[in-house]
Design a protein around this ligand. Sequence first.
Ligand SMILES: Cc1cc2nc3c(=O)[nH]c(=O)nc-3n(C[C@H](O)[C@H](O)[C@H](O)COP(=O)(O)OP(=O)(O)OC[C@H]3O[C@@H](n4cnc5c(N)ncnc54)[C@H](O)[C@@H]3O)c2cc1C
Length: 346
Amino acid sequence: LSKEWLRGESCDPGVDVDLAALDVRFLAGCTALRLRPGDVDTDAGSLPYDALVVATGARPVRLEALPDALEVRTQEDSRRLRDLLVQKLRLLVVGAGWLGAEIASSAAAAGCEVTVVEAASAPLQQALGREVGMRTAPWYEQAAVRLLCEQTVVRLDSGRAEFADGRSIPVDATVVAVGVRPDVGWLADSGLVVDGVVPVDAGMRTTAPTVWAVGDVCRWPSRRFGRPLVVQHWDHALRSPAVAAATMLGGDDEYDEVPYFWSEQFGRMLQFTGDRGNADRLVWRGEPGDPAGWTVCWLSGERLDAVLAVDRPRDLVQGRHLIAAACPVDPVRLADLAVPVRAAPR
Ligand SMILES: Cc1cc2nc3c(=O)[nH]c(=O)nc-3n(C[C@H](O)[C@H](O)[C@H](O)COP(=O)(O)OP(=O)(O)OC[C@H]3O[C@@H](n4cnc5c(N)ncnc54)[C@H](O)[C@@H]3O)c2cc1C
């Protein structure tokens, strides 16, 4: 919704599953309002359950100062933005995280005049840290996108965006992409929500005996990284439900994936795997700016914890295997482009 489809380069996504053949009753347009033991109150009445999976995902964070700004979460949101992009207008994107970067990149490719405002001092700083995020800043200039870091928008008024430092620019449309929060409003009095997420155990079980949680909404204990993780990416949403289903049926399966995520921005493919939360050192493979791509690896001690590969998919795949294997790696070999990542273990 922020890449090919937003640029009008792919056809409508659809759900290719015969739910009736699976004997699944699908209640479209039905909202869960409250969870009680054994029942969910919905706007279409009460639904009893023996076992329940919370999979309500996350919703975009809204900025009070920008109540009329657009957001991109649903197909409808993306369609609305696409209709604007074809007008080649002046677009303001608030937030240079994964989503903001993709929207800015798509809008620039569509011929819009794009400005990106980011509160941190570098794009992707929250996801990758300042040092790595900074390496993506030149991509904006190369695509003729104006990037304003350490800046916030305080008001949108009469077609002008006003910034915290008093400057203002004319804009035709504004998109806010400053992150998401788990969609847990309907669980408010369920006792399942802690710090805005639904914590689960390694079998995706919540603290209620008949309730499981998967995907963006949950926080799970990563044994591999020794800390709880909230992963709001597709791969986790695809893999965590299989473990929930297995443990619901009495299995003792455990979820301990190496997280994986990809992004396309400014003509580059970015792939990230692992968790950099415990890392104490960075190892670079190749020079940022090299058209053949570059990779950066995060290590804790001699253990490979995370990899970002820019146009180097092999590094990513091999790095993910090494992270899963948790074997000690030689940082010198890891930095050597002549040595494949898979040959970096000591
Ligand atoms: C524009 C965009 C681009 C993205 N790009 C990438 C990418 O490149 N790579 C990647 O890995 N990830 C990407 N993501 C993230 C990825 O889409 C999510 O991690 C994934 O969809 C999460 O799946 P989920 O099933 O947990 O939640 P969702 O897909 O959000 O599904 C939750 C569903 O629950 C419904 N719901 C919520 N509350 C209620 C309620 N009370 N009652 C009934 N229904 C309810 C919602 O309407 C929604 O249909 C992107 C997300 C967006 C928005």
